[in-house]
Design a protein around this ligand. Sequence first.
Ligand SMILES: Nc1nc2c(ncn2[C@@H]2O[C@H](COP(=O)(O)OP(=O)(O)OP(=O)(O)O)[C@@H](O)[C@H]2O)c(=O)[nH]1
Length: 533
Amino acid sequence: MLASRTLLCKARCLRGEESLRKLFTSPRLHWSYTSYSNASGLNSKATPLQERRMIDRFRLHVQGGDGGGGNGSLRRSRTDRYGKPDGGNGGKGGDVILRCTSAVWDFRGLQHHTNGGSGGHGASKNKIGSRGEDKVVQVPVGTVIHLVEGEIPSTVEKPSSVIHPWDLPGTVTCDLLASDQLSTSSLRDPDMDQVEDRTIDTKSYSVVSSIPTCSPPFHTRGKSTSVENVRFSHYDDTRDYESTSTDDEIDSGMLEEELPEDEEEIQYNVAELTEEGQQLIVGHGGEGGLGSVSAGKRHLKKLKSKDQSADRNVNLESCDDGNPLNIRIGLPGSQATLILELKSIADVGLVGMPNAGKSTLLGAISRAKPAVGHYAFTTLRPNIGKLNYDELSISVADIPGLIKGAHENRGLGHAFLRHIERTKILAYVVDLAAALDGRKGIPPWEQLRDLVLELEHYQEGLSDRPSIVVANKTDEAGTDCVLEELQRRVRGIPIYPVCAVLEEGIPDLKAGLRLLVNGGEPASLRLDNILLD
Ligand SMILES: Nc1nc2c(ncn2[C@@H]2O[C@H](COP(=O)(O)OP(=O)(O)OP(=O)(O)O)[C@@H](O)[C@H]2O)c(=O)[nH]1
């Protein structure tokens, strides 16, 4: 009996195996199985970012949240006819904060209009209104901020190390002495402009921030610069954004107002975020209005005599200008219009014509996996790879291909050149086989000349930084002679012959880069050192 059961079980198992085998060999499953295991298919889906054009310039309007209204409540009792003020202050509006993170690569996820949350209104029993929610906008490392209008951004304040137990983090704490002074001064001169009074008083507030902080090194140029004097004034993004806009982006209004207006006065480089975790407040939340406690008893007595029948919780909306009640209204948050610009930061920038093999080279010297294609402009955004050594790590940026006229914004133009500004070392990558066998390309020494000219046209002295030449595609037939010719024509700069595809010559190249980053003898590529026909 037992033996027959075991046999039955085995038979079932075998049948199961059989059916599984059938399933795996069936054409339908084979199709789905192969399509699942097709790594390249998956990769093509997993790399949509590389396919999309990067958004490295973005116009942002920010507004801090409005401060909450102060409460005018009075606590009355049988013994106290007029009552005691017990209205709390309004909460401070939320800030708009730019936070630097390596989790994002460009400004794709940003919205053009970003507001901080409004502060809560104060309530009776001296309850302070809640603080408005901060809006944190994540921006990539290397973000430069230009100010079109509004306040110059400030760093996020460090929270005070000694916080009084009764201080609420992130809320307005009012200096009572100062508020007394305010009410006294209001009484002394009833016709005094109350808005002005209020402005003076808010200076005595201290804000305790609850946000973790850092102290980024940011440069501030106090004076605004006329747009004609600045390089960026010629920037024209129309083509870039038009050609890359997806339906989603258009629907969400992402591409709205991308173009800088010619007439605008822009303060350039007011701040920059170069390290992970740095934070800047670009839109300050408004201070909350004063509650009756802070505003002072005498002030409220006056109010009561004016309108005995007034509601205890005064309707803040109904306050006219010049009315003492204005001090209860929370201040609006500050507004600013910014242009965010991304400049990649890397130790080494791979500079070359389209199809020179920069992305392949980056993949060969680091673990980066940039998209490689046999067509020009495969690279639409800088890819960063890292060369890790015991004592140092070198970041290498594969920058979109440069063509003649890039300084006039041809090809990827400024989007390409801007990223070179931040690299310490330039590695010119040339295609040795570009002009071989009747191909349409130009010889490597002419590639070098064009590259240097484009850099210099864009920014004088840009090609002066320490450089090397990487002569790629040594595996192609006939490149030996071209390499010899290149070494004869280009002098005063190290030339590293490599085959990026087969990873030949890579160790020498890596050693050369390491030496240069460590302060080895720098040499730059000069036009005089290139011998042309
Ligand atoms: N024979 C040969 N082909 C190479 C070598 N390195 C790159 N290629 C090919 O050259 C083509 C362009 O390579 P990419 O790495 O995309 O070139 P790129 O400079 O990044 O191009 P852009 O993205 O347009 O700037 C691809 O078809 C590569 O396979 C090499 O060492 N030898």
